[in-house]
Ligand binder design. Structure first.
Ligand SMILES: Cc1cc2nc3c(=O)[nH]c(=O)nc-3n(C[C@H](O)[C@H](O)[C@H](O)COP(=O)(O)O)c2cc1C
Length: 280
């Protein structure tokens, strides 16, 4: 099965710190150069129920805890079912980015989509720089990984076009690994062990964290004139930590480094949020 050149591609992506966005843009660019119409759509502001099954669906997601973030599992779970809608040519492909290894993403996502009746065109995992608990700054190594990631995803694009792409999985093992990121306790462990903290002296109250958070886990406390972290909602995508303009946000006891492959304004632009900061 290969990408249907007659169909436009709606490519739904999420990126905590920018790696997956970089890869999604690289693949979208490659496919556009090869004559495909590709629309990049942020998962965080898209309604899965409104996904158009007459177009090819693409998914671009980061690996977290062997699987992915809970709201992304929900997005996939609530995609419409081609079987129920009587559509027999709804195509889907996926790319995921990770620092090293994931046992629980390709298999479980494949299972959900197959059960709904999608045609699975292929899935590819792309190794990218680590963004979690980073202790060493290695810009040259990161640049190399990103360049290699771009090559790998373009090769995947070629395979999608020629029909040589595959969606591999190891059924029982990947089901088991996929459970980790679906468990509330996994995320509660992060929230309790590595709470996000704000240095109120460094914070300029620009509220960028609130605007770029995909799950509304920041709010501004008018009475205290302070940003407040809403622990129960946080998914640890690290976007706020990485892009805070004054590095006022931290987590855990160590001085972890920020992974920031693009600027905050560039991120706001792709998310279609107005640019610039408005300190209070
Ligand atoms: C909370 C969290 C959990 C992660 N878990 C994994 C993991 O299980 N395996 C892995 O290889 N990388 C893991 N990573 C690294 C990211 O998958 C990787 O850096 C990814 O490219 C980040 O993409 P993004 O910048 O689009 O968010 C994790 C990162 C975070 C923040």
């Amino acid at each position: 099965m290969k990408l249907n050149p007659e169909k436009a591609i709606d490519f739904y992506w999420f990126s905590g710190t920018g790696n997956t966005l970089y890869i999604a843009e690289a693949l979208a660019g490659f496919l556009a150069e090869n004559g495909f119409e590709v629309n990049l759509k942020p998962i965080e502001t898209s309604d899965p129920a409104k996904v158009d099954l007459s177009r090819t669906t693409g998914l671009g997601i980061p690996v977290a805890e062997q699987g992915t973030y809970p709201f992304i599992w929900d997005f996939i779970k609530y995609l419409p079912s081609p079987d129920i809608h009587g559509i027999n040519d709804a195509d889907v492909f996926m790319v995921d980015t990770l620092m090293l290894y994931s046992g629980g993403i390709k298999g479980p996502v494949k299972k959900i989509l197959k059960k709904k009746g999608f045609h699975l065109l292929g899935a590819k995992e792309i190794v990218m720089p680590n963004n979690l608990m980073k202790l060493k700054n290695q810009p040259d190594k990161d640049q190399l990984k990103m360049a290699r990631g771009k090559e790998v995803v373009e090769k995947f694009g070629m395979d999608l076009i020629s029909g040589e792409s595959v969606w591999k999985d190891i059924p029982l093992y990947s089901d088991m690994m996929g459970r980790i990121s679906k468990m509330k306790s996994t995320w509660n462990l992060f929230r309790n062990k590595f709470p996000l903290k704000v240095d109120h002296d460094k914070c300029i109250r620009c509220r960028l964290c609130e605007r770029i958070c995909p799950v509304q886990s920041w709010s501004y406390d008018t009475g205290k004139n302070e940003m407040k972290w809403l622990k129960a909602d946080c998914i640890y995508c690290l976007r706020c930590f990485s892009y805070c303009p004054t590095e006022a946000i931290s987590y855990g006891k160590k001085k972890y480094l920020r992974h920031k492959p693009l600027t905050a304004d560039a991120f706001l632009a792709v998310l279609r949020l107005s640019p610039g900061l408005s300190p209070r």
